[in-house]
Ligand binder design. Structure first.
Ligand code: NAD
Length: 253
């Protein structure tokens, strides 16, 4: 990945942050983007401490003008865009489908699905200008199966996989690979937000998810980041349109 230029959304925290640091160790040049600009800059500083060329930008993935601007910042700063990891996402409240509020549904879909589409759109445009690239969209194990309380989240992540497959087919002969990564339960602040959002049902749902993991433990952000690194790298040159599970066996059982 030496010298390759990458954009990571959701880079302030969790999986996105771990991926930035993994890319940095491999010599990539990076733009770290997040709605939490301070957190994105903190991650960029950590990447620079590893010797990488890294900058940050504030980005709300729900806003197309901001997405276009962030991709422009990457190409202006580094001359091109070779890979992108679209990791920005939210969980939303845990409610059964019949109890879900429309406002919450719209918020989850806006960040997790529309946001990933807007990023994919502008990243593809940038990559086509320099002969191609690799996009990894972070979906979820709940992009492959349903989960109690996860109507909006699971719908958004199934949507990300559909978007990913379609873009992969459309651009396969023009050098742009697009894959989805489907992490299982991973120890990040997002999991803590499930409990914060619903102190009564949240811990019970987390313990149900953990109990259903064949490995009997949650993943670490670094374990998801290593798969993202490979998908973005030339080592995955024949892989496009895939939904790769990295979930301790969750969807296999
Ligand atoms: N942690 C898990 O168990 C798990 C499992 C499967 C999939 N995922 C997915 O992995 C991705 C990363 O999650 P994480 O666990 O690292 O969570 P996290 O909360 O640690 O990080 C998510 C990041 O996205 C950013 N973000 C949220 N809304 C944004 C917006 N509108 N624009 C730009 N940035 C925004 C947040 O500020 C945060 O830095 C998400 O797409 C999530 O759905 C997580």
């Amino acid at each position: 990945m030496t010298g390759k230029v990458g954009l990571v959304t959701g880079g302030a925290s969790g999986i996105g942050r771990a991926a930035v640091l993994a890319f940095a160790r491999e010599g990539a040049r990076l733009l770290v983007a997040d709605v939490d600009h301070g957190g994105a800059e903190q991650t960029a500083q950590e990447a620079r401490a590893l010797g990488a060329d890294a900058a940050s930008v504030g980005l709300d993935v729900r806003e197309e003008a901001e997405v276009e601007r962030a991709v422009g910042v990457a190409t202006q700063a580094f001359g091109r865009l070779d890979f992108a990891l679209n990791s920005a996402g939210i969980q939303g409240p845990l409610r059964e489908a019949a109890e879900y509020a429309e406002h919450d549904w719209q918020q989850v879909l806006a960040v997790n699905l529309t946001g990933v589409w807007l990023c994919t759109k502008h990243e593809i445009r940038a990559m086509l200008r320099t002969g191609g690239g690799s996009i990894v969209n972070v979906a979820s194990n709940f992009g492959l199966v349903g989960g109690v309380g996860m109507a909006a989240y699971s719908a958004s992540k199934h949507g990300v996989i559909g978007l990913t497959k379609t873009a992969a087919v459309e651009y396969a002969d023009r050098g742009v690979r697009v894959n989805a990564l489907c992490p299982g339960a991973t120890e990040t602040p997002l999991v803590g937000k499930i409990v914060d959002a619903d102190p009564v049902a949240g811990p019970e749902i987390i313990s149900q998810i953990t109990a259903a993991l064949p490995m009997g433990r949650m993943g670490r952000p670094e374990e998801i980041a290593s798969a993202a690194l490979w998908l973005c790298s030339p080592g995955a040159s024949f892989m496009t349109g895939a939904a790769l599970s990295v979930d301790g066996g969750f969807v296999a059982r």
